[in-house]
Design a binder for this molecule. Sequence first.
Ligand code: GLN
Length: 494
Amino acid sequence: MVTDPLSLPASDLAAALRAREVSVLHLAEAALQRVTDVDERVHAFLSVTGGMAREQAEDVDRRLGLGQSLPPAAGIPIAVKDVLAVRGVTATCGSKILESYVPPYDSTAWSRLRAAGAVLVGKTNCDEFAMGSSGENSAYGVTRNPWDLDRVPGGSSSGSAAAVAAGMATWGLGTDTGGSVRQPAALCGVVGLKPTYGLISRYGLIAFASSLDHVGTFTRTTRDAALLLSTLAGVDPKDATSVDQPPADYTQGLDAGVAGMRIGVVKESFAEGVEPGVTDAFRSSIERLMRLGATCEEVSLPNTDYAFSAYYLLAPAECSSNLARYDGVRYGHRTHEPVDDVVELMMKTRGEGFGDEVKRRIILGTYSLSAGYYDAYYGQAQKVRTLVIRDYQRAFERFDVVLSPTSPTTAFRIGERTDDPIKMYLSDIFTIPADLAGVPSISIPCGLDDDGLPVGLQFTGPLLGERQILQAAHAFEQDLGFQLAPPLLAGLAS
Ligand code: GLN
């Protein structure tokens, strides 16, 4: 008998669901009840899709009852970031400008999950158009960290991370352009995977910065990350940038351990500004990996600092172009103010519809792309991007994976960084390089700091090196035995 199905990873639930020890409907109801119990305080969800969830759950129960063999995702409750299209369900992107936008189609990521029988709990809160590191840029209010409700869950995929941490969903989907899956995963004590650029289709992901946008996953364990990736990965004719990889089972080889693995410890991890609690947990993680038989040696990614600056030119440049489509004419919000012409209509609509951070980035991006500055800013940033790619290429000549903290700090207080954009941007100093290079990277919990807040550990691999990072992360996780137990859940069971 399963007493608390919401505390189990999907890899355990799969067996219980198939043995009919717990029904999919019961699991879905438990997740929806958890939302009722805690989401008034956490505010992870922008919409809850109870009707869809029950319908899908009943269908999966029926098929399991008939003895059909279903994929591992069947019956698993999942939370989806509000930048991914689900047909018939509002997709706001955390913005007023898309307040009433209902996509008429499914993103590929969601359609693969739906086909595999996953159960949608709802769409989750995020920084507006995924621009942010704390969730505070959402037009719909902040999401709170289940470990401490006065603190941010990280961002921009704030709601999906918080939902998984609080057991409102077993899995979550997010997007990672500069760190928005791995950083909130770290701050919420869950596993966040950003695969190789193009391994998961971006079709139906409402664009922020197309050359950097990745769909990523939130799970309680690394094994679940591998299961979820196996459901999502693979070429998609609807996304020309998707990688031509056949479907694969990423759980294969997961238990191979780290003995003999060559791990490069990123020297820049010890830079100024990293909290002592993070450094301590990072150092003991290195020791643990060595004890498990890995060799750990220092490696430098010398362009880390410049990666950060390059990202804040390239991402705004791409966003200024991508967000030009919100003009009040084609779809989304249109101003109700009287206007004289179409230019005024666009200006008023965009002025009302976009929040401050989005406007800041559109202005920055438009500036850096303008004729007089293109070479000085955009062109230079693209060159730095090449240098970052070369940093990794050199590192992976010597190492199987490289290791760093995920975030320089643990969860910070709500409001603490809102007046200081640069400080906010620095939250992603360790995650941005992997987005620029498109290489796979995973954050897993590696302990708690003195305030009882989770610390994230980041394994990064070469292009299409998902198996290496999953294998290393899994070995570490098995040995550590981290407990995902945010205080919010004390006394709650499903
Ligand atoms: N925090 C970074 C930003 O604000 C990353 C966002 C993301 O990955 N979507 O751009």
